[in-house]
Design a protein around this ligand. Structure first.
Ligand code: ADP
Ligand code: MG
Length: 491
């Protein structure tokens, strides 16, 4: 489907004084390549080192030093391109993007301009209204700059070159996004894909994934409006807020009879506003030209095929398999594949048992409990095998679903073998009809008025079931209770 022709969704429009507005968003994501060394030097990419401890002569731009391309970074970019179902360009060119800044000792950034390593691709994004396709325009490799530190000394600015020369992938989307929700879902999905591929860890707090967000507004059906670019937004929540604020700012200006100037802006999360950084007139002329120190980057199809052959199963494929092989709902499958560690945990748990029941237990019980303790699947005190054992105990009717929750809480807080805990603490479900029958008879005898009512209103049976369960400490088999009650009440 041609996204540019996607009809405006009334639910996503923003109300203005002159009618409804549609917001149009395109993103440029900077993703730090997972690699031990930098794009053109052997210096380490480790995070958190002493300032200027991971700096080679190339990164410090010492005269006469020559860049040497790091093959691992090239492979990571190609893997990412394959993961985005994109065209891989067997020949690409590194250009110099010239500008002055103290944390850029070369006086230029090595980037790719006219000939990027990866061309057009696509990201599938699930939204509440269904799946949308977001076009990828390109992916190119470039160097990161160093970091200027202004607040640690009263009279000087400091420069840390540890990041200088670290490989980044800039992933540029088409202006296919139509709301802040879509934009957040897009970044979330892209991040998931990168993490599955192992090409970027997606850690936004460390700045390893950051977004430049391009925003414009228009009346539905009109041509695209003039865009503003909000630089360096570093959390998914802020991306949403920046888009909302910027769209409203633009709508306000146009409705007051003004026009939008193309400019670069910054989002201030404390004030909840975007501020102008530089206008189009002040825009840099980067004087791009091919870097004479580097040959064009060339590889053959066999290099690409080899990488393609070893690509891991990606979230979309995994989700489809979870739906078809395990019979999961699209929602549960989505939730389970969002992180590879979660998907692996689920599969370890689902293996050889009722896969849907396992998914339900993980999504409905485990996730909420982990969340409550600020834990995630990697720090879960309950293993996949333990969840599996609980699911088995429900399946073979040793325990009821209600008791399973109590058992889960014990395993979560105290650990232990679920089956042994059930034995030791007498949590077994009562299937002995004699014992259940006694409880049923007692409830019926004690509530003659309710017995009259249920004959006219069979939905009241639930109340009786509840009473029997209460009396048996939740251990009666609910099916047996139901059948006995129906028989005795004659309904
Ligand atoms: P530049 O080369 O100046 O960075 P591009 O055409 O490459 O401009 O676009 C940069 C980003 O802006 C892309 O992500 C693109 O989708 C987005 N974009 C382009 N036009 C618009 C628009 N009218 N509204 C919102 N985003 C846009
Ligand atoms: Mg750009």
């Amino acid at each position: 489907m041609n996204m540019h022709a996607r009809p405006a969704d009334p639910k996503k429009l923003i109300k203005g004084a002159t009618g409804d507005w549609e917001v149009v968003i395109g993103m440029e994501i900077h993703a730090q390549v997972t690699s031990n060394s930098k794009l053109f030097s052997g210096a380490s990419t480790a995070f958190g080192g002493e300032p200027n401890s991971h700096v080679s002569l190339v990164d410090a731009a010492m005269p006469g030093m020559l860049p040497v391309i790091n093959e691992e970074c090239v492979k990571q970019a190609v893997r990412t391109g394959l993961g985005l179902k994109a065209e891989i360009n067997l020949k690409s060119v590194f250009d110099r993007k010239n500008y002055f800044y103290p944390d850029l000792p070369q006086g230029y950034q090595i980037s790719q301009y006219k000939s990027p390593i990866v061309g057009e691709g696509v990201v599938l994004v699930d939204t509440a209204e269904g799946q949308i396709e977001i076009g990828i325009e390109r992916l190119h490799l470039e160097q990161d700059a160093g970091k200027s530190i202004h607040d640690q000394h009263p009279t000087m600015s400091l420069v840390d070159l540890n990041r200088s020369g670290v490989a980044l992938m800039e992933i540029v989307s088409r202006p296919d996004l139509r709301s802040s929700e879509e934009a957040k879902a897009y970044v979330t999905k892209l991040r998931t894909i990168l993490r599955y591929l192992g090409t970027c860890d997606g850690d936004m707090e460390k700045g390893n994934l950051r977004a430049d967000v391009n925003v414009s507004v228009r009346k539905p059906g009109d041509e695209f409006g003039t865009r503003c670019e909000i630089k360096n937004v570093n959390s998914i929540r802020f991306i949403g807020q920046a888009i909302e604020t910027e769209a409203r700012r633009q709508i306000g200006i146009i409705e007051d009879g003004g026009t939008i100037e193309q400019e670069t802006r910054l989002f201030d999360p404390n004030k909840g506003e975007t501020r102008s950084m530089r206008s189009k007139e002040e825009a840099h002329d980067y004087r791009y030209f091919p870097d004479p120190d580097l040959l064009p980057l060339e590889f053959d199809q066999a290099f690409v095929d080899e990488l393609a052959a070893h690509l891991p199963e990606l979230p979309d494929e995994k989700k489809a398999r979870f739906v078809s092989a395990y019979g999961l709902s699209a929602y549960d499958a989505d939730v389970l594949v969002a992180e590879k560690a979660t998907a692996d945990y689920y599969e370890a748990c689902a293996d050889g048992r009722d896969a849907k029941a396992a998914a339900n237990f993980i999504v409905n019980e485990l996730f909420g409990r982990l969340n409550k303790d600020g834990k995630d699947i990697e720090t879960s005190p309950v293993s996949a095998a333990q969840i599996g054992a609980i699911v088995d105990l429900i399946a073979d009717k040793t325990i009821s679903g209600k008791i399973a929750k109590d058992l889960f809480e014990i395993v979560f807080t105290e650990g232990g073998d679920p089956r042994a805990i059930v034995e030791a603490r007498g949590m077994k479900q009562v299937t002995d009809t004699g014992a259940i029958e006694a409880a049923v008879d007692a409830i019926i005898a004690a509530n003659p008025d309710k017995v009259e009512q249920v004959k006219a209103k069979p939905t009241m049976l639930g109340w009786f079931v509840g009473q029997v369960m209460k009396q048996t400490g939740g251990k009666a088999n609910p099916q047996a209770v139901n059948e006995l009650l129906k028989g005795k009440l004659g309904i």
